[in-house]
Structure formats: structure tokens, C-alpha cells
Design a protein around this ligand. Structure first.
Ligand SMILES: [Ca+2]
Length: 287
């Protein structure tokens, strides 16, 4: 009896150890083949664990834009992309402070550490990406802002021509809030639980394991913004937007946005030196 109990205990310990080993991050390079497991897998050449979890967005093609949306979203066109990694959450205030401890001192109110970094310009976000390469000892350009095409492909989470990262239904249709946007009850109280910023990852992720692709903060993209960027577009591979412009693109809507503005295809832009209370960013890793 005692022998059997000891044997059972040993078996439990061995199985537990195996499960623990399987749960450790596996080493998969950023250019892993399409269909690679999407989350929490880190390239082996990191000398230490990266500062934040990323999802692998497999290479593929998708239909970009919306023929039902605003003029700058038309026409829908086919885009092919190489695979890339993307931050699962918006970069937080705490993470941006690691890069620039002085940030926000002259820019007003301070968000919570777990809330997204806001009041960061496109230039600030690009500088953060460059710093992150240095910090992790990877080649310059490994981290950067996503192109609009990468951002929209990632936001769609594998769904085809659905307006939102979760599918067809408007965000107000759910009993459980799906996103942080301008959603108030009859007394003006926020139905999504947050009058302004929400801690990153407060709502369900999309099919690629990405949080807050709709709402919370708008997110800077790499491209110049062009109202007619899609005009005449045929099938494009890794499109990077217009060659020049006045504004940089932003995507996804923020805490004060209407349901229409937090759609996957909604586009906008702002001068790259400007910053706002509802505008942040996340990074991609491409090498
Ligand atoms: Ca967002």
C-alpha cells in the first residue's frame, strides 16, 4: 500500500515537471513558418526575456480597407504580408518611463503604470523602438512601428472583412464590454468601466492574442497618412504607404471614440511631432 502511494506520488511529480518544461518559452525565430504557435514564443537570440509578450502574426494575405467605411478606406484591396511579431498590448506608461524617465513631466497628468503610454509623439514612439533594440541587443530596425497594413491585418485577428476585431457586432451590443470607447449610460457613466484610459489588456484579445486593437488609445503606425493611399491599389506585398506626407497614420480609436472610429479599417493621421491624451502605440519585431 505504502509502496503504491509512493509510486503514485513520484509519477505525479514527474508528470508535473514535464508539464512545467513544456510551459517554458520555446525558441522560435521571428521568421518562423506560417502557422507557428502565436503567443509567448521568443527568439533564441534574446540574451534575456523581452520586456513584454508578443504574438507571432503569420505570413498571409488579407483584404485591406472597407467599401462600407469612410472615403479613405476604399477600395478594399488584397494585401500580402510577411510574418512578424507584434506586442500583445499597447506600450505602458511604466515601460515608456524606462526609456525616458522625464516623459510627462512637462506634459500634464500622469497615467497609472499599467495604463498605456499617451502624450507620446510619433518621433517619441520611434525613439522607443530604437532604444528597445539596443536594450535587447538586437540589430537596429528589429523593432519598429507597424505599417498600416500590418496593423490592420493583425487587428482583424484572422477574420475576413469584419468591422471589429471580434466580428460583425457593434461594441455596444455586448453585455460584457469588448473595448474601451465612448460608451456611456443615460447618466453619463462609462458602461465599459473606464471614463478615460483602461489598464492595457482589460478586455478580451482577438484571434491573434492581441488586446485593445479596438479602443483604449489610438496607435501610431509607421506610414505617412494619405487620404487616397488605397486609390488604384492592386495586390500589394508589404505595402508601406505613401512616399511622403504631412501626417503619420494612426489606427484603432481611443477611449473617447465612437463605435465607428474603433473599426479595424478606420484610418487617421497627425503630425509626427504632436501628441494627444488618447494616442499611444505598440511595436512590431521584424528581424
Ligand atoms: Ca488601442
Amino acid at each position: 500500500m505504502l509502496v503504491a502511494a509512493v509510486a503514485a506520488l513520484v509519477a505525479i511529480i514527474i508528470v508535473g515537471a514535464r508539464r512545467q518544461r513544456r510551459g517554458m518559452p520555446e525558441h522560435v525565430s521571428p521568421d518562423a513558418s506560417p502557422g507557428a504557435p502565436a503567443v509567448n514564443r521568443y527568439p533564441s537570440r534574446f540574451s534575456f526575456e523581452p520586456m513584454r509578450p508578443m504574438s507571432y502574426i503569420p505570413a498571409g494575405e488579407f483584404l485591406m480597407g472597407s467599401n462600407d467605411g469612410n472615403a479613405d478606406e476604399r477600395p478594399v484591396h488584397r494585401v500580402t504580408l510577411d510574418g512578424f511579431w507584434m506586442d500583445r498590448q499597447e506600450v505602458t506608461h511604466a515601460e515608456f518611463l524606462l526609456f525616458n524617465p522625464e516623459y510627462r513631466r512637462e506634459r500634464g497628468s500622469t497615467p497609472l503604470p499599467v495604463e498605456p503610454a499617451t502624450q507620446v509623439s510619433w518621433d517619441d514612439a520611434m525613439a522607443f523602438c530604437a532604444w528597445r533594440c539596443t536594450r535587447e541587443g538586437v540589430p537596429a530596425g528589429s523593432y519598429r512601428l507597424p505599417t498600416e497594413a500590418e496593423w490592420e491585418y493583425a487587428a482583424r485577428g484572422g477574420l475576413v472583412q469584419q468591422p471589429y476585431p471580434w466580428g460583425p457586432s457593434a461594441p455596444a451590443a455586448f453585455d460584457i464590454p469588448q473595448a474601451n470607447f465612448d460608451h456611456k449610460d443615460e447618466r453619463g457613466a462609462p458602461r465599459d468601466g473606464h471614463a478615460k484610459l483602461a489598464p492595457v489588456g482589460s478586455y478580451l484579445p482577438n484571434g491573434f492574442g492581441l488586446y485593445d486593437m479596438a479602443g483604449n488609445v489610438w496607435e501610431w503606425c509607421l506610414d505617412w497618412y494619405g487620404e487616397r493611399a488605397y486609390a488604384g491599389a492592386g495586390t500589394a506585398r508589404n505595402p508601406a504607404g505613401p512616399d511622403a506626407g504631412i501626417k503619420r497614420s494612426w489606427r484603432g480609436g481611443g477611449w473617447g471614440s465612437s463605435p465607428d472610429s474603433i473599426r479595424c479599417a478606420t484610418r487617421g493621421g497627425l503630425g509626427q511631432g504632436h501628441w494627444l491624451d488618447n494616442l499611444g502605440f505598440r511595436c512590431v519585431r521584424v528581424k
